[in-house]
Write a protein that binds this ligand. Structure first.
Ligand code: CP
Ligand code: NVA
Length: 314
């Protein structure tokens, strides 16, 4: 049976450790040229939402594994004229060997996995962004391991996510952070706490829910190793922009928050960033910001995810 990656817990911790090991190897051998992991296979990359990093990293990654990436915008397909997700998934399954999807509702990636019979990878839904959270874990492993990425290097580190803690990145980092041993705090306005749908993922996978929520940004930033944020207005939330900016402005990651964090604390962001909103221009452009290494690692980690799924399917 084809295996899919729709949420962080679709790999066991051991399998995930293997993904990170493989990502390290792929990063080190990239210059050697394309591999033959999915040699000649057509893979569809289907987007219902905009993307820069995800689209580029999967397009390059499928190519570098020997496959052929086909970029599909949902608005160009009969889907946009009323053909169902079920029928589209069945059709795509007849032509493609794997499908990467960015969608609004999480049920869309689940339905594609159910009806296409192919490996499906979640490239972001309103609920979760697991390719990004795995990449972020790998990037921290690499940074704190001083170039030699290990899970031990991040164990117990204080990781704080500021802003819209109920968005896909807040959820994914709470789940991945607890799964891989970080000391996770989510910090945002009251009312944006994670809901029961996140707790259900912890229960289902038997992972201890160790993250904390606070609405006090200075207390959250105290002695932190990593300060992380994401946009305040996620794709699909544009109608709430004015209200969100008002509510979230106390949670901007700036020099003030870094002044109470550990001396060598780092800044991370999945990007795209809106400097002056969720992060100050100074922090985003400072030497403590590792956002571009983080973005590059999408490629290496996703190649490792594809390889691991393909090799363990059947
Ligand atoms: N971080 C991320 O997923 O970026 P894109 O929206 O550009 O793909
Ligand atoms: N929370 C953001 C992540 C973008 C990569 C969004 O969904 O728009």
């Amino acid at each position: 049976m084809a295996r899919s990656f729709l949420k962080e817990t679709d790999f066991t911790r051991d399998e995930a450790a293997g993904v990170f090991e493989l990502a390290k190897r792929y990063k080190s051998i990239r210059q050697a040229g394309p591999l033959d992991v999915i040699c000649g296979e057509p893979w569809g990359l289907l987007f219902f939402k905009k993307s820069t990093r995800t689209r580029l990293s999967f397009e390059a990654g499928v190519y570098e594994l020997g496959g052929h990436p086909l970029i599909l915008n949902a608005s160009d397909l009969q889907l946009s004229r009323g053909e169902t997700v079920e029928d589209t998934a069945k059709i795509m399954g007849r032509f493609l060997k794997g499908i990467v999807i960015r969608a609004y509702e999480h049920s869309v990636v689940e339905d594609f996995a159910k009806y296409s019979g192919r490996t499906v990878i979640n490239a972001l839904t309103d609920f979760l962004h697991p390719c990004q959270s795995y990449t972020d874990i790998f990037t921290m492993m690499e940074y704190f391991g001083k170039g030699n990425p290990t899970l031990d290097a991040i164990k117990g580190r204080k990781f704080v996510f500021f802003g819209d803690t109920a968005c896909n990145m807040g959820y994914s980092l709470a789940l991945a952070g607890c799964m891989f041993g970080l000391n996770v705090t989510l910090c945002g306005p009251e009312g944006f706490e994670p809901k029961a749908d996140l707790d259900a993922l912890f229960e289902e996978a038997g992972i201890e829910k160790t993250y904390k929520f606070t609405s006090d940004p200075v207390a959250a930033a105290k002695d932190a190793d990593v300060l992380y944020t994401d946009v305040w207005v996620s794709m699909g939330k544009e109608d709430e922009k004015a209200e969100r900016i008002k509510l979230m402005s106390p949670y901007q990651v700036n020099e003030n928050l870094f002044s109470v964090a550990k001396k060598d604390a780092i800044f991370m962001h999945c990007l795209p960033a809106h400097a002056g909103e969720e992060v100050s221009e100074g922090v985003l452009r400072s030497p403590r910001s590792i956002v571009f290494d983080e973005a590059e690692n999408r490629l290496h980690v996703q190649k490792a995810i594809i390889s691991t799924l393909v090799r363990s399917s059947e």
